[in-house]
Design a protein around this ligand. Structure first.
Ligand code: FAD
Length: 375
């Protein structure tokens, strides 16, 4: 259930092992979406993600459209820059387009005769005893019941599959929101399509209680994300007019304002997204249902590991299938036991790293320490 990043990759892994897979997805086919719906927002892809993509032979194809980011570039409030490498030699994390990555995985899934893709199919509920799905067709509005033999819930942070598990006995569940939201903004490419900030870097404007980051796109633009409190002196609530937005950005992010000619429009057009951590357990129900990706472990984005961890779920599940053959009860049980501590660790690191990115990276003592370490 769910043809997002994790669901589309998982379908490839399962099909490669000889399974017949049907993927249901609430939204329309993103490959047919118009320019607005398909607007590219990029993600940082790192080692776990690469390993999972290489497992289905798609690493090289993605590498061709990925931009290595070798270091963080910090922008202070006067426009001065400082730098921190992500690793040694050519080590990097990579900026990739979410929509592009999803499209590539869906193309591969569509080309595989064992995989059927069903778009515009929203899961309304799961009957665990009868092993049926309630699906609603977005086009006709009609509902129907679909039997399943084995169900993989890859339907994201607000998973309908997980909602069914939540009604079973001794199922633990928690969700917690940060008091921060995020807004996507855009830095335009230069007139010749050139990058107007250092291309091979992740840019951060750390400002103590909040921050903005930017990742490069292939067309010379950057996607910026402002992580900002909902309420308070400096907050989304406090910026109500175009003049307030302009004045705030000129004061706090002065070097970026000339690169954002659409700032005021984008600020009021683009929605504020919320930042949630979801924890639950167990992830499996008998040998019938299992959750992967954000459905089982949605985390805040500051460690850049949500998708990467979801991709790693696919790698680990595939390894367990290799070891245990058709013994799904063992496979699901070992999968959740192996992955849960890792997912919990990632959730904690992600929250911790918000403080590091918005505050500590700008601390001169931290910069000095980093310099000593890199020497
Ligand atoms: P999703 O991508 O949410 O996909 C779920 C799919 O299921 C969707 O297609 C949805 O339409 C479908 N669906 C949902 N409900 C239903 C239903 N009822 N019926 C049918 N279909 C349904 N991760 C990184 O690794 N690196 C990053 O740099 C990074 N940056 C991020 C920045 C931001 C601002 C945010 C919010 C997240 C970021 N993440 C990042 C996390 C990453 O986006 C998620 O971890 C990843 O998308 C999870 O993939 P998924 O397939 O599990 O879920």
């Amino acid at each position: 259930m769910g043809a997002g990043l994790v669901g589309s990759l998982l379908s490839l892994y399962l099909a490669r092992r000889g399974h017949e897979v049907t993927v249901y997805e609430r939204r329309a086919d993103p490959r047919k979406a118009g320019p607005v719906e398909g607007r590219s927002i990029n993600l940082a892809l790192s080692d776990r993600g690469w390993r999972a993509l290489e497992g289905v032979g798609v690493g090289d194809e993605i590498r061709r459209v990925a931009i290595p980011m070798y270091r963080r570039v910090m922008h202070d409030a006067h426009g001065n820059l400082s730098f921190q490498p992500y690793g040694q030699d050519q080590q990097a994390i990579y900026s990739v387009s979410r929509a592009g990555l999803n499209r590539t995985l869906l193309d591969l899934a569509e080309a595989n005769p064992r995989i059927q893709l069903r778009f515009d199919q929203q899961c309304l509920g799961v009957d665990l005893r009868e092993r049926t799905l309630a699906l609603r067709d977005a086009g006709t509005g009609e509902q129907h019941t679909q039997p399943f033999r084995r169900l993989f819930g890859t339907d994201g942070a607000y998973s309908a599959v997980r909602a069914a598990l939540q009604r079973t006995d001794r199922f633990n569940y928690s969700q917690s929101y940060l008091e921060y939201g995020y807004k996507e903004l855009n830095i335009e490419a230069g007139p010749g399509g050139e990058w107007r900030l250092e291309k091979n870097a992740l840019h951060i404007w750390p400002r103590g209680q909040y921050m903005m980051i930017a990742l490069p796109n292939l067309d010379g633009s950057f996607n910026c994300t402002l992580f900002f409190p909902y309420e308070g002196l400096h907050s989304f609530a406090a910026l109500q007019t175009p003049a307030q937005v302009q004045a705030f950005f000129e004061e706090v992010f002065p070097d970026v304002v000339p690169l954002m000619p659409e700032l005021q429009q984008e600020f009021f057009q683009n929605p504020v997204g919320s930042l949630v951590t979801v924890r639950c357990f167990p992830w499996a129900f008998d040998d019938d249902v299992v959750l992967l990706g954000d459905a089982s472990h949605a985390i805040v984005p500051f460690y850049g590991q949500g998708m990467n961890a979801g991709f790693e779920d696919c790698t680990v599940l595939n390894e367990l299938l290799e070891q245990h053959g058709p013994d799904w009860a063992v496979i699901f049980d070992q999968f959740q036991r192996q992955r849960k501590p890792n997912a919990d660790a990632m959730a904690e690191l992600a929250v911790y790293n918000f403080e590091e990115m918005r505050d500590r990276v700008a601390d001169p003592r931290f910069l000095l320490q980093k310099k000593i370490e890199s020497k």
